[in-house]
Design a protein around this ligand. Structure first.
Ligand SMILES: NC(=O)c1ccc[n+]([C@@H]2O[C@H](COP(=O)([O-])OP(=O)(O)OC[C@H]3O[C@@H](n4cnc5c(N)ncnc54)[C@H](O)[C@@H]3O)[C@@H](O)[C@H]2O)c1
Length: 321
């Protein structure tokens, strides 16, 4: 990608998952990367990637929910003359609640996904301006476009990130700073394997099920999201700002998702018979799920603008998009 070599990049939540792949890709492109994470394991991740690529990767342990830590880090960067030209807001807290969400639930997710992201961006922007401009990439999701049952808290933050992206793109354009969102579909990371383990379901079976939701017939890979982030961070995207880049294998645009739980069937049979009831819809849905999945966790269906997909939500884990 053009224009990345030698630039300083900051990636939040880089200890694992998509963040780790983004750190690796930016490092491969020749960036000096700051890996920010609240998990101490970020130190090993940073060391490993630096050894692979030969470019510096520095780990900074930070909790994005703590505004004081962000301010202190920004002050240190200012003193040390660190001028990030790339900021990737990838870290996220995961809280999945509907209307029953408490004030504490909202604090937990908003403090990281919205307030923390905003505080870090606010702290980095003056340093980025001093670097002569740059690129900010926010990790939203397909969940930033659709409703998912019992996902209100998470999806609200992913919608918010898209809103912040567009407003910041407007505000920062005069300073030569572009701001874009990347919106992944299902990406197969460690979290997927862990979810399957916790649910007692076969990863291969679950992979086959969610793969069908994507036009490309498979889940994404972390490197594929990282490639999109690198593109938006680079000069190859010099005329791209305020945009949402779907990296979802066609999930969002996949009308055939509706076949899975009858949403499209309900529409197409409307003129030929009585409307589908909630009970008949539930029954169709349950029949189409394997018994294992029904046992594995609480089932939620989520009707999208043009389709439906399932989320299995046990008490202690999650499946995200
Ligand atoms: N994995 C997917 O399928 C998927 C799909 C769509 C969008 N996304 C988005 O991509 C991003 C990364 O997802 P992931 O699956 O790699 O998640 P993950 O849980 O594997 O990694 C998140 C990282 O963020 C760090 N983190 C969490 N809270 C933090 C805090 N308060 N301060 C600092 N670091 C913190 C964690 O320690 C972890 O290293 C998220 O924004 C997520 O919403 C993921």
């Amino acid at each position: 990608m053009r224009g990345l070599a030698g630039k300083t990049a900051v990636v939040t939540g880089g200890a694992q998952g998509l963040g780790e792949a983004i750190v690796r890709r930016l490092s491969e492109e020749g960036c000096d990367v700051w890996l920010l994470d609240r998990s101490e394991s970020g130190a090993d991740t940073a060391q490993g990637i630096a050894a692979e690529t030969g470019h510096p990767v520095r780990f900074e342990r930070i909790d994005l929910a703590d505004a004081g830590q962000i301010a202190a880090l920004a002050e240190r960067w200012k003193q040390d003359g660190v001028h990030p030209a790339v900021l990737v807001n990838n870290a996220a807290a995961f809280v999945f609640k509907g209307v029953e969400a408490t004030s504490a639930d909202w604090d937990r997710i908003l403090d990281v996904n919205v307030k923390g992201t905003s505080a870090l961006t606010g702290a980095v922007v003056p340093l980025m301006k001093a670097a002569g401009g740059g690129s900010i990439v926010n990790l939203s999701s397909v969940s930033g476009f659709v409703g998912q049952r019992q996902f209100a808290t998470y999806n609200a933050t992913k919608f918010a990130l898209r809103g912040l992206t567009k407003c910041w793109a407007y505000d920062l354009a005069p300073d030569g700073i572009r701001v874009n969102a990347v919106c992944p579909g299902y990406i197969r990371t460690e979290a997927f394997e862990k979810s399957c383990e916790l649910l007692g379901i076969d990863p291969a079976e679950e992979d086959a099920r969610v793969s069908k939701l994507h036009m490309l017939g498979r889940q994404g890979r972390a490197e594929e999201v990282a490639g999109a982030v690198a593109f938006l961070a680079s000069d190859d995207a010099s005329f791209v700002t305020g945009s949402d880049l779907m990296v979802d294998g066609g999930l969002y645009g996949n009308l055939s998702n509706g076949r899975i739980n009858g949403a499209v069937k309900s529409y197409s049979t409307a003129s030929r018979g009585p409307p589908e009831t909630a009970a008949s819809r539930r029954s169709t849905t349950q029949k189409k799920l394997s018994p294992r999945l029904r046992r594995g966790g609480q089932l939620f269906t989520s009707t999208q603008a043009c389709g439906t997909h399932f989320v299995i939500r046990p008490s202690s884990t999650h499946s995200t998009t």
